[in-house]
Design a protein around this ligand. Structure first.
Ligand code: LCS
Length: 393
């Protein structure tokens, strides 16, 4: 079905473009590693690209393609590449765009390993980098070099919730022939479509909102144009970063309810953030939907809603924060985010613990910061749970 002129929720259900020969209403799981050719000539035509056909699952598979086409359409991209994890998506981008002598600029607050792998592994490949506060466009401009190839952003950032001006950042990058990649995991395409602001590449950890049920690990990269897409595809399939059909099926199924899940979680998040901000034991709250957020106006401009992620600090710092985490009964004390269940975690000792203390501090990830991913439980229960845990802090 052509969904190009349909609304977002209709696309969530019907986009993908793969129809099953046997008439299955849902794209089934093509759980196969390889595909039968009708004859030797057809196999050769598939390989040469003269005729489109499935060859081998690492190179393409209908279940995976359905998911890739859908996310690409939602993100207004040319095409998508589903990967085994969000980190495989991140590394597909790094590997495609960066080699010896190249320089990348990244926002200082990213998901820990997206920054960590660059700092630890890529110098071995001769790649240089600068991690700066990309919420200040002048900070990006200051570190641009003749060999800068990639501007890598995450907005809102994990876990500081910093919002980068996508239009200004992409315009600046384009002026210097730099490719911009945006990790859109915290928003999902429902709340933000970076390509609309000029981004070249968008990626997601599908483990989060896209799948939404905390039962798979997966990632996806989408590209604005064919040339970039083909370059990314070459690296993705030859590095073997591909997703498995069963994982892809679950992600595509989870994606169908993205809009209603986010609507519900976001409505609750606004109430939870407001509750936290007025609580005497809470020192500060960072949530793009609160007027106190440093980029509140910008967030309203480029995002269709403030999302379901909140970071906050309890008075008394880490020890008080730990008391809250240990006493929550409904919220699950676990890393990850974007699922139907409310999760809480402590970035400095968990998701961002492998970064140096200086890197965390310069990025604004204080030891007292606690990150909360709001699920779709009854909001009264989420708030009651927090209230009783805060009492014990
Ligand atoms: N990008 C962002 C913004 C993420 O939050 C994560 C994972 C990744 C990329 C990597 O995706 P993965 O390979 O795990 O699918 N974020 C996590 C987090 O905040 N807690 O646990 C994982």
């Amino acid at each position: 079905m052509d969904t190009s002129n349909k609304g977002f929720s209709s696309k969530l259900i019907h986009a993908g473009g793969i129809t099953d020969e046997k008439g299955s209403a849902v794209t089934p799981i093509y759980q196969t590693s390889t595909f039968r050719f009708k004859n030797a000539d057809q196999g050769a035509r598939f390989f040469s690209g003269e005729e489109k056909g499935y060859i081998y699952t690492r190179l393409g598979n209908p279940t995976i393609e359905d998911l890739e086409n859908t996310v690409a359409e939602l993100e207004k991209a040319y095409g998508g590449l589903a990967t085994a994890s969000g980190m495989a998506a991140v590394n597909t981008v790094y590997q495609t765009l960066l080699g010896t002598g190249d320089h990348m600029i990244g926002h200082n607050a990213l998901y820990g390993p997206s920054r960590g792998v660059m700092e630890k592994h890529y110098p071995k490949l001769g790649v240089e980098f600068d991690f700066i506060d990309a919420t200040k466009i002048e900070e990006i401009e200051k570190v641009i070099k003749p060999n800068t190839k990639l501007l890598y952003l995450e907005t809102p950032a994990n876990p500081t919730m910093g919002v980068t001006d996508l239009k200004a950042a992409c315009d600046l990058a384009r002026k210097h022939n730099i490719i911009t990649c945006v990790d859109n995991t915290f928003c999902s395409p429902y709340l933000q479509r970076p390509i609309e602001f000029g981004a070249d590449i968008v990626l997601h950890s599908m483990t989060k909102f896209i799948n939404g049920h905390a039962d798979i690990v997966g990632g996806i990269v989408v590209a604005r144009d064919k040339t970039l897409f083909e370059e990314l595809k070459y690296v993705m399939i030859n590095m073997g970063f591909n997703i498995d059909p069963h994982q892809a099926f679950l992600a595509r199924r989870g994606l169908k309810t993205l809009a209603i899940r986010i609507d519900r979680a976001q409505k609750s998040a606004i109430k939870v953030a407001t509750f936290l901000e007025s609580h005497p034991k809470v020192e500060w709250v960072l949530y793009p939907g609160l007027k106190s957020h440093p980029q509140y106006e910008l967030g309203k401009k480029q995002m269709d809603g403030p999302g379901a992620m909140i970071s906050f600090g309890v008075k008394g710092g880490l020890e008080a924060g730990k008391k809250v985490m240990d006493n929550l009964k409904l919220a699950v004390l676990a890393v990850s985010l974007g699922g139907v269940e409310t999760l809480i975690q402590h970035p400095a000792s968990m998701t961002h613990s492998k970064l140096s203390k200086e890197a965390r501090e310069s990025a604004g990830i204080s030891d007292g910061l606690v990150r909360y991913s709001i699920g779709i439980e009854n909001v009264e229960d989420i708030i009651d749970d927090l209230e009783q845990a805060l009492e014990k802090a």
